[in-house]
Design a protein around this ligand. Structure first.
Ligand code: ADP
Ligand code: ZN
Ligand code: ZN
Length: 723
């Protein structure tokens, strides 16, 4: 081993740093170290221990190893190095994404001990005015094992009260441990899910972990029991000491999914998502790194965690756009999952009722095995979809009479309805009918959404908000009115039309508070008649057996978009929302309101077979030479003026001119100004991914050498989701 080590830092720098290994220290790739950096100490990760010592330069020594084992084991390290290269993102930032915040900041890789308090004195010794302290002490007296401090504060007592009692020596710390006691029964005692014949047929086609790498695309219509199949797969294939990863788009929205997994696997289930605090993250990270045989259910970044015994990966709702990170390290968790399975020689299952065109194309190319599950579980039938032309119909808050009538019938027969609106707030625009003024965001090229509940005008693209006014801010006219539909407005119309039925709104505003989604689900789960009104959130993997009618308020948003992915996304959303209908005994009905009922896309939607639509869309992509037939990357620029950004991209353009690569732009982005930054883009569309990758690397290196004028930033987005 050489005496020099190369180290990556958690900084957006496309370079690494060399340090000397002090006598007696041995280091391996992936290991965390403390190093002097500038005038400070920094946390770094060892990248290479086989570095030739440069001549004539003195190199500072590593201060210490944070621990004597690599935080990133070899397989994870290789995965992230590959991702750094594929997505052209600096290695340091990629590697550090796999660490929990505590470890990025250089804290020890150990869980904080949990402080448990126990009563040591009697409440009678306290003065009668110390009511809360007395109550706390009395409560603790009944708990001979002591109570963790966190539970005490959760029970409504304060740290100050704990301290006061401790100072009086009426309570004491009993033990300090990590509090990680396994309490539920062992997994082996839980039963295996019973599959229907169609599910069994699908299950029999899935490769087992002992077969090595294999990617399967599980196309299972909504309600076909994909989750049931995952459970069965893991139950019958995963050995006791092995780990598995289940990626889901959003956990908080679907607590029932985690509950279903816990039902079969008990404490073997651990979760990973954005709502965990630093301590919880570290604790879960350690379990994974230590090779504990967990099944991790997690969102996007879970795919980067340092598993050491990973033997199966499942990506649920693989088409979901939340798998693609939209800023910084712009990776696709789905694509990394497939590569990870390949590195690891284990199976990966991509499941969806509406597979992405990328994955479906891979299946057609025989790279993935296509498994079909085209029957709903438990005798439920697929819903029937019909279009409701609203061109010359009077609308009330966006709802047509036939749609309201259908809802009434649904409620009257004791069932539930779901109304899908693609915008939260009351209305997407406030407009003056005298002077034509529409209220725009002062910082973005967008209009402000009117939120009537909070009397606010909000930008959905930056954090700008202003108080709503009754008059036109420009001409003072009072003909100042909301235009278009938001969830709040539809909720109001429904509440007025069906005063005796609960109307439940589900959008980012109504679910912000912790536990609110559970409350909403509880209302729905009573099975009593109700109407759900909400955004895309409602489309995500929920199982509402009582819903028999779905109304789509307006399907036209994506029909004429310039984004080449818009038709695919529109179909996916409409089918996913439709899929919430008729999962129980009564068959479901879907009404799609539109002004373009003769549009071919909507016509095929009614026939309902997603793969037929996907075939059509793929043919269009091939004609237009778009992904997945080509490899795409976008250079994005952000600057204080549009001029600066376009100039930078203009200077990149000649570097990108190469055989087999089309260069489009530079052009302003769809929303050209966002939070006062002007955004533009240069699109590279290549016939060969390897060549594109090499070219991108070359361009990035050249850009790194440059001193940029003014406040201009550039970034690279490989396999962009948005153009
Ligand atoms: P998907 O994930 O494909 O939307 P789920 O796994 O959520 O479907 O299943 C839909 C519904 O059907 C759930 O209520 C589930 O409990 C039920 N279900 C699934 N498989 C079976 C089965 N084999 N027998 C009875 N009910 C089932
Ligand atoms: Zn006006
Ligand atoms: Zn804005």
């Amino acid at each position: 081993m050489s005496s020099i080590v190369r180290i990556a830092l958690n900084r957006p720098l496309r370079r690494l740093f060399d340090y000397r290994i002090p006598e007696g220290l041995s280091l391996a790739p992936g290991q965390r170290v403390r190093i002097p950096f500038g005038r400070q100490q920094a946390t770094g990760l060892v990248v290479d221990t086989n570095v030739q010592p440069p001549e004539g330069i003195t190199i500072k020594p590593v201060s210490a190893a944070a621990e004597d084992w690599p935080a990133l084991p070899p397989e994870t390290f290789r995965l992230l190095s590959w991702a750094s290269d594929y997505y052209q993102h600096p290695l340091g930032e990629c590697l550090f994404t796999a660490l929990p915040t505590a470890l990025r900041r250089g804290r020890p890789a150990k869980e904080k001990p949990i402080v448990r308090w126990i009563a040591t004195g009697s409440p009678d010794t306290l003065p009668s005015n110390a009511r809360k302290q007395k109550a706390l002490l009395a409560w603790l007296s009944e708990k001979p094992d002591g109570v963790p401090e966190k539970e005490i504060t959760q029970a409504g007592y304060t740290r100050a009260q704990i301290k006061a009692l401790a100072d009086k020596q009426l309570i004491a710390v009993v033990s300090q441990d990590t509090g990680d006691r396994t309490t539920t029964s062992p997994e082996a005692h839980r039963r295996t899910p019973q599959l229907s014949p169609a599910q069994q047929e699908a299950a029999s086609q899935l490769a087992s972990p002992s077969d090595g790498f294999g990617a399967s695309l599980l196309y299972g219509i909504t309600g076909s029991g994909k989750t049931e199949l995952y459970l069965h797969y893991l139950k019958t294939n995963l050995e006791a000491e092995q780990q598995a990863l289940v990626l889901v788009p959003e956990i908080n929205l679907t607590p029932q999914t985690v509950a279903r997994f816990r039902h079969y696997f008990g404490d073997r289930i651990v979760v990973w998502h954005s709502a965990l605090n630093d301590g919880e993250r570290l604790s879960t990270w350690l379990k994974i790194r230590n090779g504990e045989p967990v099944i991790l259910i997690g969102t996007r970044s879970a795919v980067l965690l340092p598993f050491t015994k990973l033997k199966a990966i499942i990506v649920d709702e693989e088409h979901d756009s939340s798998y693609k990170q939209g800023e910084g390290f712009r990776y696709s968790a789905r694509d990394i999952a497939v590569y990870r399975a390949h590195l690891n020689a284990c199976p990966v299952i991509l499941g969806s009722a509406t597979p992405s065109l990328e994955s479906y194309h891979n299946a057609q190319q025989q790279k993935y095995q296509l498994i079909r599950l085209e029957e709903r579980a438990g005798n439920a039938l697929p819903p029937t979809i019909s279009l409701l032309d609203i061109r010359s119909r009077p609308l009330e808050g966006g709802m047509s009479q036939p749609a309201l009538e259908a809802i009434r019938q649904t409620i009257d027969s004791g069932q539930q309805a779901l109304v899908f609106v693609n915008r939260r707030g009351f209305a997407p625009v406030m407009m003056c009918f005298d002077c034509g003024h529409m209220v725009e965001c002062p910082r973005c090229d967008t209009r402000l959404t009117y939120h009537r509940r909070d009397r606010a005008m909000r930008c959905h693209h930056c954090d700008y908000q202003a108080a709503a006014t009754e008059h036109c801010p420009k001409c003072e006219s009072d003909a100042f009115k909301p235009v278009g539909q938001g969830t709040e407005r539809t909720e109001d119309v429904l509440s007025a039309t069906f005063p005796d039925t609960p109307i439940v709104r589900v959008d980012r505003d109504s679910t912000q508070r912790k536990g609110s989604i559970q409350k909403i689900l509880d209302t729905v789960n009573t099975g009593k008649p109700c109407v759900l009104v909400g955004t895309q959130m409602l489309a995500k993997g929920h199982d509402f057996p009582g819903v028999t009618l779905v109304v789509v308020v307006n399907a036209d948003g994506g029909l004429f978009s310039v984004d080449f992915r818009a038709p695919e996304q529109l179909l996916q959303t409409l089918l996913q929302v439709s899929g919430r209908a008729g999962r129980g005994k009564v068959p479901g009905k879907v009404l799609v309101q539109t002004c373009h009922s003769d549009h071919p896309l909507l016509q095929t939607l009614c026939k309902g077979r997603y793969l037929d639509m996907a075939d059509q869309l793929l043919a269009e992509r091939e004609t237009g030479q778009f992904p997945p037939f080509r490899a795409m990357a976008i250079f994005r620029a952000e600057a204080d003026t549009m001029e600066q950004g376009l100039q930078l991209l203009d200077s990149i353009k000649p570097l990108a001119q190469a055989p087999g690569i089309d260069v489009w732009g530079p052009l302003p982005a769809l929303i050209a100004r966002r939070a006062d930054r002007h955004r533009s883009q240069l699109i590279l569309n290549a016939d060969n991914r390897k060549r594109l990758n090499a070219l991108l690397k070359d361009i990035c290196n050249q850009l790194d050498q440059r001193k940029l004028q003014g406040n201009v930033k550039w970034m690279i987005d490989v396999d962009p989701q948005e153009t």
